[in-house]
Design a protein around this ligand. Structure first.
Ligand code: 13P
Length: 249
């Protein structure tokens, strides 16, 4: 069944004290929508965040992980480590990781496989750059990113995958894709899924939009039929703004 999800990607923000404060602010907020709420703090704060939200309707998710189980990968964190502290969902393929840490469709395919072997849910991010959109190549880029990293999977695997379309030109820029641009791309993504995996996989897939979602534009974007939620950066660092977005459904 397709779900509504609003996930806050905190990126490299908030130390321990700020994490505590933001989580306690989030707990003051009232959820009036049916959206699942997730937050993705930095690795150092995952355990604390997990403990502090145990009784709450907030899932703590990781921003990244390595594709290996363990070994000589200095500075990396494995899926087993995440699972050992209770984290069940991981964001993979964020454009910042693709741009600054050389993540490729191929390395992401490996991460996807390891996460699924660990029964983890994946929020898989992808999206075109401004030059792609200006050249009219946005659909081709998105299709390639999805197919290269995910289309080796069987249909069943998609039950553990959430897709997050984040056009790079809209991330942290204040320039949001228009609701129509988001809808058009989400419909295209669903059609791409349907052509290989059939109607049920496509129809059940939760597809999030990310890129400068704010309290002022969330309702309009979430109002589109193929937009099932959001992956929120900047606005997720403020509890009131974040819940204004959660409650936009
Ligand atoms: P902003 O909401 O700050 O544009 O970030 C979006 C994003 O990258 C979420 O993963």
């Amino acid at each position: 069944m397709r779900k509504h999800i609003v996930a806050g990607n905190w990126k490299m923000n908030n130390g321990l004290i700020q994490t505590e404060t933001l989580i306690s602010d989030l707990k003051q907020q009232v959820k009036t929508s049916d959206a699942e709420v997730m937050i993705a703090p930095a690795f150092t704060n995952l355990w604390h965040a997990f403990q502090s939200t145990r009784q709450d309707d907030i899932e703590v998710v990781a921003q990244n992980m390595h594709f290996a189980e363990n070994g000589a990968y200095t500075g990396e964190v494995s899926p087993g480590m995440l699972k050992s502290i209770g984290v069940k969902t991981v964001i993979l393929g964020h454009s910042e990781r693709r741009a600054y840490y050389n993540e490729t469709d191929e390395s992401l395919a490996k991460k996807v496989d390891t996460a699924l072997e660990h029964n983890m849910r994946i929020i898989f991010c992808f999206g075109e750059e401004l030059a792609d959109r200006k050249a009219g190549n946005e659909e081709a880029v998105v299709e390639r990113q999805i197919k290269n990293a995910l289309f080796h999977l069987g249909a069943d695997a998609f039950k553990n995958i959430v897709l997050a379309y984040e056009p790079v030109w809209a991330i942290g820029t204040g320039e949001t894709a228009s609701p129509e641009q988001a809808q058009d791309m989400h419909a295209f993504i669903r059609k791409t899924l349907e052509s290989t995996y059939g109607h049920t996989v496509a129809d059940d897939m939760t597809i999030l939009y990310g890129g400068s979602v704010k309290p002022g534009n969330a309702k309009e974007i979430f109002g589109k039929p193929d937009v099932d939620g959001g992956l929120i950066g900047g606005a997720s660092l403020n509890a009131e703004d974040f819940y204004a977005i959660v409650n936009a459904f």
